[in-house]
Design a binder for this molecule. Structure first.
Ligand SMILES: Cc1cc2nc3c(=O)[nH]c(=O)nc-3n(C[C@H](O)[C@H](O)[C@H](O)COP(=O)(O)OP(=O)(O)OC[C@H]3O[C@@H](n4cnc5c(N)ncnc54)[C@H](O)[C@@H]3O)c2cc1C
Length: 376
């Protein structure tokens, strides 16, 4: 158990998370091809995150962190960190984003003692995560014990204290239990991409949850602006991969001597514009989401529009790179083949139709169509 009075030696890298992320990225990029197998475990990469102080980074100062991504002042730094890690390995980026999300939710709705539970995990070199996705049976908290399980649990097998959502008579609550005794199952993660994200399913039936492991009040998890707004972090991870694809696209045209062809150039120009769209929306979504005086509805709508626009841009880039390079971009071990699979998989995020619909409702109700969205 972490004790705030413990003397904490803070590595310099915790003070410079961008440089720390770059060092982790070198390791993760090197390992990414061999991690592209079913059920692979990115243990070296997680150890690198720990060694560089990035597991602690989102925690407050007294727990060895710098509050990375916990407020508007550090949002831009987190964006760069996520993008750097995502550019090296989308699976590792997914895991790290889940960790930051868990810390953020506990920082916002939890207690100092609960933050210390997460700090103890970071001290042990373990990530946390947010496991919300449900199969047909929702996870329930009944008389202090869990009944049921979760699907799409990234990090299953290496994460011991995830933030779980569970149903109670009073609504959905967030929990931070020790799930060491849970039954995890990765066997169903025979997926197109993101194979090293350890995204499985788990049964938590019988696990006891102490009162001190219940975070906030029922309904907090879905509360604006953190729920919809936090999606900007996922875009930041994905942006790293998109930038990586564009670098490979440029290299491909050069190596094949096709950059002089006007059709190839026009197509590349379209992809450059799409990448810039994705970048601008990601930066905008991060800035808006962390700008707390804004109305919640505005934050939700703008981040939902960012999700939609990013998805279109990313799929557009993928289409262009595949047309430009042809069949060889679909043949292993071309890194384009792997990154496209990872990104295509990770782009599948919850409720895309509802997210765009909510944004459209907001724009119809709150904004004249000619007004700049969310400009002040
Ligand atoms: C690599 C990866 C890692 C993940 N890790 C985690 C994790 O650690 N924790 C976690 O909680 N989740 C995780 N998820 C799951 C994620 O949060 C989403 O739940 C999941 O990606 C949703 O994907 P889906 O396409 O199956 O969604 P769906 O919601 O099934 O959407 C598919 C389509 O159906 C539409 N749709 C959805 N609901 C309705 C409806 N009621 N009526 C009509 N249409 C509807 C959607 O708009 C979309 O067009 C992960 C996902 C990925 C890809």
């Amino acid at each position: 158990m972490h004790n705030a009075s413990d003397a904490i030696v803070v590595p310099l890298s915790r003070r410079d998370p961008a440089a720390a992320a770059r060092r982790v990225a070198v390791i993760a990029a090197d390992l990414a091809p061999e991690r592209d197998t079913d059920f692979s475990v990115p243990d070296t990469e997680v150890a690198a995150l720990a060694g560089e102080g990035l597991l602690h980074a989102p925690l407050p100062d007294d727990l060895g962190g710098i509050g990375l991504g916990m407020d508007v002042a550090t949002a831009s730094m987190l964006r760069h960190v996520l993008r750097t890690i995502g550019g090296a390995s989308l699976s590792l980026g997914r895991l790290y984003e889940g960790h930051v999300n868990a810390v953020r939710l506990v920082a916002r709705y939890g207690t100092p003692a609960q933050m210390r539970l997460l700090a103890a995990e970071a001290d042990a070199g373990r990530l946390s995560a947010v496991w919300n996705a449900q199969g047909t049976d929702k996870l329930r908290l009944v008389d202090g014990r869990l009944v049921g399980g979760k699907i799409y649990t990234s990090g299953i097998g290496i994460i011991r204290r995830p933030l779980l959502t569970a149903e109670t008579a009073d609504g959905t609550v967030m929990l931070l239990p020790d799930v060491a005794m849970a039954t995890g199952d990765l066997s169903g993660w025979t997926v197109l991409g993101m194979r090293a994200s350890m995204t499985g399913r788990a049964d938590f039936t019988g696990i006891a949850v102490a009162d001190g492991e219940i975070i906030g009040t029922p309904g907090d998890y879905y509360r604006s602006p953190l729920f919809a707004g936090g999606a900007w972090r996922v875009l930041a991870v994905q942006l790293g991969a998109l930038e990586q694809l564009m670098a490979l696209y440029r290299q491909l045209l050069g190596e094949r001597g096709r950059a002089g062809d006007p059709v190839q150039r026009a197509r590349f120009g379209e992809a450059v514009a799409m990448l810039e769209t994705a970048r601008l929306w990601t930066a905008r979504a991060a800035a808006v989401a962390e700008d707390s005086p804004r109305p919640d509805g505005e934050i939700d709508a703008l981040v939902n529009l960012a999700r939609y626009s990013f998805d279109r841009a990313a799929l557009g880039v993928i289409e262009r790179i595949q047309r430009a390079g042809g069949l060889s971009t679909m043949v292993r071990p071309n890194p384009i083949e792997r990154i496209v699979r990872d990104l295509t998989t990770y782009l599948r995020q919850p409720f895309p139709d509802a997210a765009l619909d909510d944004a459209a409702r907001w724009a119809l109700a709150e904004r004249p169509v000619h007004a700049d969205l969310g400009e002040r």
